[in-house]
Design a protein. Sequence first.
Length: 218
Amino acid sequence: TSNVVVAIDGPSGSGKSSTSRGVASRLGLRYLDTGAMFRAMTWFMLRDGVDVLDAQAVAARVNAPLIESGTNPDHPTISVDGRDVATAIRERGVTNAVSPVSAVPEVRARLLELQRSVIGEGGIVVEGRDIGSVVWPQAAVKVYLTADADARATRRAAEEGGSDVTATQASLLARDEIDSGRATAPLTMAEGAHHIDTTPYTLDEVISQVVALVAEAT
Ligand code: C5P
């Protein structure tokens, strides 16, 4: 399993992060959260005063930030120009702006390059929206995680420290719609992906299912 690449895609709140970190931790693999990279890019644009709805203005700045991701599943880190943004990228302003920024082709091209360089020789669990379809289609294991909209909103609201479930659900569904409808690398189930609907399972059960898929494939 040492060089394996495990691609985990799915909509917001489907359990991708907890599952991916758990699988990486159990198997001694590295972990990459590509959503955090898109959030870091968005954080940079907002801080720089770029109008995030102006795709040309966003495209003009994509090469400006130095975005670095730490790949330890037990302590994932993300920084922009040396500044730790792990907390800042989860704030509502970034969450609301990340889908339009992520739809800009130049943003995707820049981060694709970074993602592939981190994946490198493999030995990593990578989570996102387009890992199995675009970033690493040759991944040995591809998983597409989903969950009921209610379950996703409840989980995400709890993660956010008890924010309003109805508002969280509206925000998740709005992001899903933009992520699934964009022209470049939309959210989709990749060819050869194993679909797991996590609604009826505990986190540990989902992790075990993915670990079993990795064992089968390697
Ligand atoms: O996974 P997370 O919810 O943190 O991702 C934030 C946003 O980043 C998504 O809503 C999506 O717009 C974008 N994203 C993407 N491609 C990826 C990962 C995330 O477009 N591979």
